[in-house]
Design a protein around this ligand. Structure first.
Ligand code: GDP
Ligand code: GDP
Length: 465
């Protein structure tokens, strides 16, 4: 008998989306309308080395006088009875709803083995919901993004732990012949203490080029695509669709977001194009790494800085392409000026890489992609809890947090709660009493000691005694 796992939770938390990801085929219908009627589906799925039967309980039978929650529960109960364990999914963006609470209550009573999964945890919008999830009394939530495939390495760890507890040896099961596709996981966890995620060659790396009008975005896109074509010949696989262009760069699939500006440009040569914030945000949402393009002949105007802060706020990794470098004579001065402005305006991301290029002549463009790959690697970094805790002890010993009204603020432990961007939580006795300056100190030390230059790392302070 194969390992059987059920995905349960109220409508619209992303169960079908996750089911699809595990199964690897577009079997399920994903719909934004809560409670769209669907049949319960089962299929073989996989995650890392795990292969299992997965049951999606998304289907809600049309009501026959019973309340929504009663119907949902009926469905769910059937599924969890069949399952070895369940994934109880909540929506980290929406936070905990009364229906989630009601569900959790029933689940606690039933004593079914389960893993609490907080979905839609990509970006920042899910952080509060993630912490709320503790209040369900079902243990620590595993933060994932079903849509973006994030948090899967952590989920595999939770599977390992669950199987150990239940005494299941999941990997010894005979393989079934059913359709199962392996899911590329974010950051394979190595045997070593510190696991660093490698760039997964199976998934395209998503990039967006953003910047003011006329900085040279289209020229750069053409330069990159042209360069690739020169190397790989005119038939090189290059596909354009409404979102962007996908191409191969030295063996790695790249998906580049086509900002609306780029396309509009092709049609009308509009001189006074305004920077569209909406377009920029769309591009940021799409991208894993953002190339912020700046015109070296007029570097770092307000708009450049506001785009940069937007990218950092969104937790994206940023590489700055300092374009039109061919027009610059006082190069050292320009570079120094940029470094200073960055230091002042974006202190939270010290060390953003700045790559001088000429999109027009192609000079320096070959340095840009390696910088993008490196930024992506850093964004996926995972640092082990034991290293972090040693670091915290040393750092707070060296420079303790200031006491407040005679009471000591004690930093107890630290853990990395997610990657993309690296996000750390420090548990301390009085989080509200920690001044911003001390948080900045910790952040800078963290960045310095673990070599995370230019990464928009996040540090959260939580109560923990
Ligand atoms: P179900 O009713 O629980 O099966 O939920 P669905 O899988 O139908 O998803 C409901 C909505 O949430 C859809 O619009 C999905 O695109 C969206 N969704 C699913 N997973 C994610 C995610 O990881 N992040 C975000 N932002 N949206 C997601
Ligand atoms: P976009 O609005 O950001 O897409 O900018 P474009 O790619 O359309 O470029 C705007 C103008 O700058 C065009 O006239 C380009 O030829 C010029 N340009 C772009 N890159 C460079 C460069 O590296 N050096 C020089 N000298 N001109 C450039």
């Amino acid at each position: 008998m194969a390992l059987t796992i059920a995905i349960i939770g109220r409508p619209n938390v992303g169960k079908s989306t996750f089911f699809n990801r595990l199964v690897g085929k577009r079997l399920a219908i994903v719909d934004d309308t809560p409670g769209v009627t669907r049949d319960r589906r089962e299929a073989m799925g996989s995650l890392g080395d795990y292969k299992f039967k997965i049951i999606d309980t998304a289907g809600l039978e049309e009501g026959k006088g019973k309340s929504l929650s009663a119907r949902m529960w009926q469905q769910t109960e059937k599924a969890i009875e069949e399952a070895d364990f369940s994934l109880f999914m909540i929506d980290a963006r929406a936070g905990i709803t009364p229906l989630d609470k009601h569900f959790a209550e029933l689940l606690r009573r039933g004593n079914h083995p389960m893993i609490l999964v907080a979905n839609k945890a990509e970006g920042r919008a899910g952080e509060e919901g993630l912490y709320d999830a503790y209040s369900l009394g079902l243990g620590a939530p595993v933060a994932i993004s079903a849509e973006h495939g994030e948090g899967l390495a952590e989920l595999i760890e939770a599977f390992d732990e669950m199987c150990r507890e239940l005494g299941i040896d999941p990997l010894s099961e005979e393989e079934e012949e059913v359709v199962s596709f392996s899911v590329a996981i974010e950051g394979e966890v190595s045997e070593e203490e510190e696991a660093e995620s490698e760039i997964d060659p199976g998934l395209p790396l998503q990039i967006a080029i953003v910047g003011r009008p006329n900085v040279g975005k289209s020229t750069l896109v053409n330069q990159i695509l042209g360069e690739e074509r020169q190397i790989t010949g005119p038939e090189a696989g290059l596909t354009r669709d409404t979102i962007g262009v996908t191409f191969d760069y030295e063996g790695r699939e790249i998906r580049m977001f086509d900002t609306a500006g780029l396309r509009r440009k092709a049609k009308v040569q509009e001189k006074l194009e305004k920077l569209s914030v909406a377009d920029t945000i769309r591009a940021l949402n799409f991208a894993e790494v953002v190339i912020l393009m700046v015109d070296a002949t007029m570097p770092f105007e307000r708009q450049d800085l506001s785009i940069a802060s937007l990218a950092v706020q969104e937790g994206r990794s940023v590489v700055i392409a300092l374009n039109k470098y061919d027009l610059i004579e006082n190069r050292q001065e320009v570079l120094k000026d940029i470094a200073e402005k960055l230091e002042h305006t974006l202190p939270q991301v010290k060390g953003i890489p700045v790559v001088p290029i000429s999109a027009l002549t192609g000079r320096g463009v070959n340095k840009l992609m390696p910088a993008v790959f490196e930024a992506y690697r850093q964004w996926n970094r995972r640092i082990s809890t034991s290293k972090l805790n040693r670091w915290l002890a040393e750092t707070t010993d060296y420079h303790p947090a200031p006491s407040v009204s005679g009471r000591r603020v004690k930093m107890r432990y630290i853990t990395q709660i997610k990657t993309r961007p690296p996000t750390f939580a420090i548990f301390c006795n009085r989080p509200a009493a920690v001044p911003d300056s001390y948080q900045r100190y910790l952040m800078n030390e963290l960045r310095w000691d673990f070599e995370l230059p230019g990464v928009p790392i996040r540090l959260l302070l939580r109560r923990g005694d």
